[in-house]
Design a protein. Structure first.
Length: 110
């Protein structure tokens, strides 16, 4: 397994896979991110992130059944591993700790 650092986009992809549960495949992940972040994600950047997350052991993938609708091609479905869940928890804990360390923080912009 390679480095275990989690980048912001990788964190978003992991969270999106967890949101989609058993329906997490390339296009659905891309659409969900676009919907929730109001930001388009290129197929290339998503697939790069997915490959890196799989290399790190944060996700695993398996192919679904081939369908005539997809010209006989199969979807690759993704799930978050326990290692990936631990990385997400660590990232959340770090962010929470930083937010909680800000003295007298207010969202009021002056």
């Amino acid at each position: 397994m390679k480095e275990t650092a989690l980048g912001e986009f990788q964190e978003i992809v992991l969270l999106t896979i967890l949101i989609l549960e058993e329906n997490a495949y390339g296009v659905s992940i891309q659409q969900e991110i676009a919907k929730r972040l109001n930001k388009e994600v290129s197929r290339g950047s998503l697939h790069t992130a997915l490959a890196r997350l799989e290399d790190k052991g944060f996700i695993q993938s398996e192919f679904g059944e081939a369908s005539a609708k997809r010209g006989g091609r199969r979807k690759r479905f993704y799930t978050v591993t326990n290692t990936g869940k631990a990385a997400l928890k660590k990232a959340k804990d770090i962010r929470d700790d930083l937010w909680n360390a800000i003295p007298n923080f207010s969202l009021k912009i002056v």
